[in-house]
Design a protein. Sequence first.
Lengths: 260, 380
Amino acid sequence: MDHEHQEPVLQVQGIAVGYGDQGIQHDVSFDVKRGSIFAIMGPSGCGKSTLMKALIGLLRPSAGALRFGPEDYWALDQGRRDDFGRRFGVLFQGGALWSSMTAEQNVALPLQMFTHLSGAAIDSLVQLKLSLVGLDSGRRSMPADLSGGMRQRVGLARALALDPQILFLDEPSAGLDPIAAKRFDDLIVQLRDGFGVTVVMVSHELPSLFGICDDGVFLDAATHTAIGHGAPSVLRDSSDNPTVHAFMRRELPAGNEKPA
Amino acid sequence: MTVASTNPRLTTRAIGDDTLVTLMGDWITKDDGGAADSAAATAALFDRKDLKVIKFDSSRLGRWDSSLLVYLSAVRDAAAPRSIRVDDKGIPVAARRLLALLPQQQAEPSAAPPGRPMFVERFGSRAIAQWCELVAVTVLVGGQLLQSGAALLGRARMRRVDFVGCMYDAGIAALPMVALVNVLVGAILAFVGAIELRRFGADIYIANLVGLAQVREMAAVMTAIVMSGRTGGAYAAEIASMQGSNELDALRVLGIPLQDYLVLPRVMALTLMTPVLYLYGSAIGILGGFGVAVSMLNISPELFMAQTRSAVTMHEISFGFTKSLAFGALIALAGCRIGLKAGRSASDVGHAATSAVVVSIIGIIMLDAVFAVCANALDI
């Protein structure tokens, strides 16, 4: 599929994020095209997850605009933002499942809160979502009794519960073994192709980045801004920025003694 | 993006041995639920006895999401056991891909929860659980006794900084609350007593009433209840949430005994501080009674003080002091024990905090009754 000619579903324009007076990233701009798998890349501690918090409405950016279509998300009032938020699905790091509910109940909660479907209809949707993410056992287990990979899958099923337009994934393959990580990557691609959902993922797992992402932005920890735009494999092959080059090739930065 | 959506519809048409299902409209999960309707439609589809192949036509299908998948997978799963073939050529490519992700037969819901066990079984397992709990508590109490001996000699694996922190939390930080509760209890005792005593012209005995009641009973019990609410509950919640985030496991692997590192500083701090708070609470309570007696009942301050001094002997104080020691140990041990055996979920933390407070308060009252009976028998 050629995503070059498609309209952006999400536009980030000169956004700055930080906590209090401490700026973490500034002047970050990028477009996410409909149906793409967009990577937010960068070294640990560069503010990837913080930027994602601004994208999903948990942290107000200190400058810039975040546009979904014509509307500036952060200029809307809380009620409208919540409406928008329901079109997002978010998979948090490690799943962030509600620990006092079973896997099924975790997926059912958004449906119970935001639809008036009957219990049977909700149950069939829950079973469908859990089957889609490949959770064949442990559907009635508590999160504490599931393995890391299974928790991740339940988290993805919960993110898909309301059939979102944009799926945000925070470190989706962190903590998974290589085979499980590859399976999870494939699953993301299949869900994108199936539902036509747009995926924005935060990651520093090179195999995932090269394997499934077709666009991205690279955030730098030293200069606190975006220093690379494009698909991870393109950045690897053609970026002349030493940090991006080193990161993408898993090398030590040439002539750069100072750790970022 | 407000595109008016139409309801999901479908028609079925028999062509020879086949049935053609034409999907129309928007199959979007909505409040009136396409998924629910489609269950009936699925059942109707299989009424035909000579059905061989189900085909689909989605040329008039609008937008779709999971509810279409629910329908399609229901059809597929119902067709499989009847050896009816589902021809998926007419299904949108993307939906076909998602359908391929679903296992052929939806995972059967796991076996129904076992029925209620018989009375004997329940009684037995309860009794065994209670016995195990009793053993665990005995081990905890015994271990704490031995370890506090070791700690006094500086041999326990407890950090001084933890101990001092716990002392601060269970001591100085609790002063305002203990003071407020006790001054009010002292004042209330004075009010209540004054009305009766005045009828006999025995106003001055208000000092005896307030002094004795505070020192023997009220200060000890009220201080302990305050401490069980603010400190016992906190101990349980803190240890339970450490359980949830694997912090206790991290201590265990390092070979740091939880008894020494977590329980001991808390038990020692609370056992030492509760009697001190009791003394403070008694004094403040008598002060509350003093305020009411002097300002409202026209008793001279000197007289009140002299009367209190004659009523409240060292004997009474040491009785209340001993009780407070026991209450402090009880609250800390209950809080830590309940925290240690808590589960790992968020609601388990809440349960642990609640049951620590409940167990402590009931324990305090029961222990107080035991003390009262013993004091009566020994004529203290």
